[in-house]
Structures are given as structure tokens and as C-alpha cells.
Design a protein around this ligand. Structure first.
Ligand code: BDR
Ligand code: CA
Length: 341
């Protein structure tokens, strides 16, 4: 059993990450917390509750803490993930409600109560995690491990030419988090899934078709570049219908930016790294984040050679295997969709 503390900004690829973890037989969602990013924190929390219920995981505690980044004003990205954050998907209103507890309190309490047991996965700006580290500097030792989706090293940014979205939304939080990990034991250093490897996770229409087949849906799920934008799925399978509507929006967004009719499913990859189900390799490095320069705000820099004379504070994923990852996604989420009908 893997017990998770998750922090998300759901978000289409966050939704896929949640669906994937929900599909695995040995996932315990200890708490899922919302950081503002793709959409505001309240919308993140609503999307997360609705998605977990859709995926057969009602009753998970979903909580909010920060409602804005540490220093800079909040920016959200309706053009990337749709006005509500789930593309063209319209999920039923969740039966559950957002916890009244503070998300940072929850992280600290759970980590202290179960030392060495909880795996942290953060697929959002690092705002809540930075606040948790301020309050409990022992958090890295209390957690079994941490996986972060964020950053861009030898790769174009997706927000500015050099900056990745999660880091760009809250560069000060990211800087604090990496500073807090300096000098920690290697096995506790965050595994960082940056654009260098997450943009290799190109989800395409054939993957949606394969998902629906694996779910035993009655009709082939065809999300095609020639179809009108915003066309809604009529699948008889509820999970497939909603994921297809969400992914169609993501395909349309990537096409708009000349990346093809596909979607980079960054957060799904990070979830697979956290679950230990996806193949990858990683190298230790020291990460720092630019917070001052208007030109480079949110840019992540990695020192792989010890040129700064500082100890490593992260393990950066340097290679992954998209074919294996999509086989795993189709089999796991297709199986979940088949079970839920
Ligand atoms: C990250 O930014 C968000 O829009 C995605 O959900 C992902 O976590 C990729 O840069
Ligand atoms: Ca995200």
C-alpha cells in the first residue's frame, strides 16, 4: 500500500494523475490539498473532490491553505485547462465538501503521525509545500519521499521561454523548497519531473481510443483533429466520457501552440514516478530558482557538476519511457473505468 499526501491544482493533467492513482489497487489517499495555479484554490478543491468521486474514491479529505502565491500575485490559466480547469468536461457537483481544516496543518499532522510512511506528490505550484516546510523543517525526514512536477532545465519553458508553469506561478515558494532540501540525505531529496521529460509524455487520440477499449465502452472513442472544437463525448462509460472531454480541450490547446493534436500529461508522469510504476532514471543536482529578474522570473537552474560548491537538493529525472507509461495508463485507468461502468 502506498499512502499519499497530494498537493494539486486540478487541472486536466492533475485529473489524469488522480485518476491513475485512484486506479491502482494499493493507493491510500491520506489527504489531497489544493494550491491555486491552473485555477483558483476553491475551484481546484471542487474539481479534485468531483474527480475523486468520479473515480470511486469518495470521502477523501480535500483541503485548502494558500489562496495566492507567497509574494507575486496569482495568475491562472483558463486558456490551458478551460474556465473551470477540466477542459470541456462538466463533472457532477461533488457530494462531499471541502474540509474546514487548513491544508498545511493536515500535511504536518499526518506526516508527524506516520513518520517515514507517507509519499508526497506535488503537481502544483509549491506554495503550500513551502509553507509546510516553514512550519515543520523536519518534514523531509518525516516523509517517505517527495515527487515534484516542475521546472525546465535544458528545455524551452511552457510559460516564458525559460520558465515552467508551476515554478513561474510561485517562484519564491520553489526557491524556498529547494533551499530547504540542501544537505538532506540523498534518498529524501525530491524527485523532480521537469518539462525536459514530462513533455515526452505526449498523449494522443489513439490513447483515448485505447482507454475506451480497455474500459469496454460500447462505441469507439474518437477524438479527432478534424472534428469541431468542443465536441462532447457520448461514451456510455462515465469515466471515459469525462476524461475524453477534458483531454479534447488539452489537445486543442496544444494544437493552438503548434505542438500538434496531443497533450503533454506532465502530472500523470509524476504520479507514476511517485507510485513506482513508471520507468525513469534520475541524477542528483542542486536546483535554484530565479525570483528577481523580470526576464527570467521562475526559471529553474540545475547544477549537475557541483560548480556552485553546494550539496545536491534534488534528483532530476533525466530519462523516461513514454510507451511503457501509456501502456500502464491505459491498462490501469481503462480497468478502473471498466469496473465503475
Ligand atoms: C504543469 O503546469 C500545469 O498547468 C500542469 O497541470 C502541470 O502541473 C506543467 O507545466
Ligand atoms: Ca498541475
Amino acid at each position: 500500500m502506498t499512502a499519499y499526501l497530494l498537493d494539486v491544482d486540478t487541472g486536466i493533467d492533475d485529473a489524469l494523475a488522480l485518476a491513475y492513482l485512484a486506479a491502482l489497487p494499493d493507493t491510500e489517499f491520506v489527504a489531497v490539498t489544493a494550491t491555486p495555479g491552473n485555477v483558483d484554490a476553491d475551484q481546484v478543491a471542487r474539481n479534485t473532490l468531483a474527480l475523486l468521486e468520479l473515480c470511486g474514491r469518495p470521502g477523501v479529505e480535500v483541503a485548502i491553505s494558500a489562496r495566492k502565491p507567497l509574494t507575486v500575485p496569482l495568475t491562472t490559466t483558463p486558456e490551458t485547462h478551460g474556465p473551470q480547469g477540466l477542459g470541456h468536461a462538466v463533472l457532477p457537483e461533488p457530494a462531499g465538501t471541502v474540509s474546514r481544516r487548513d491544508a498545511v496543518d493536515l500535511w504536518i499532522e499526518h506526516a508527524r503521525a506516520r513518520p517515514g510512511e507517507l509519499t508526497a506528490l506535488i503537481t502544483a505550484p509549491l506554495t503550500n509545500f513551502a509553507l509546510a516546510l516553514r512550519r515543520e523543517p523536519g518534514l523531509p525526514e518525516l516523509l517517505a519521499g517527495v515527487v515534484i512536477m516542475g521546472g525546465s532545465f535544458y528545455h524551452q519553458g511552457n510559460t516564458t521561454p525559460t520558465a515552467e508553469w508551476n515554478t513561474h506561478v510561485d517562484p519564491h515558494a520553489a526557491k524556498e523548497v529547494y533551499a530547504a532540501y540542501r544537505g538532506r540525505p540523498m534518498e529524501k531529496l525530491p524527485v523532480v519531473c521537469s518539462l525536459d521529460t514530462t513533455e515526452r509524455m505526449e498523449m494522443r487520440p489513439e490513447h483515448v481510443r485505447e482507454l475506451a477499449e480497455a474500459a469496454g465502452a460500447a462505441v469507439p472513442e474518437l477524438v479527432l483533429p478534424g472534428q469541431p472544437e468542443g465536441l462532447r463525448s457520448t461514451s456510455d462509460n462515465t469515466v471515459i466520457r469525462h476524461l475524453s472531454d477534458a483531454l479534447r480541450f488539452y489537445f486543442e490547446f496544444h494544437r493552438l501552440y503548434d505542438q500538434g493534436y496531443l497533450a503533454h500529461v506532465h502530472d500523470f508522469f509524476a504520479a507514476g514516478v511517485a507510485a513506482g510504476t513508471l520507468d525513469y532514471s534520475a541524477s542528483p543536482a542542486t536546483i535554484d530558482v530565479e525570483t528577481e529578474s523580470p526576464l527570467l522570473a521562475g526559471t529553474t537552474v540545475a547544477d549537475f557538476r557541483g560548480l556552485w560548491g553546494l550539496p545536491p537538493n534534488a534528483r532530476i529525472v533525466t530519462a523516461n519511457d513514454p510507451r511503457q507509461a501509456f501502456r500502464e495508463l491505459v491498462s490501469a485507468v481503462g480497468g478502473l473505468a471498466a469496473r465503475l461502468g
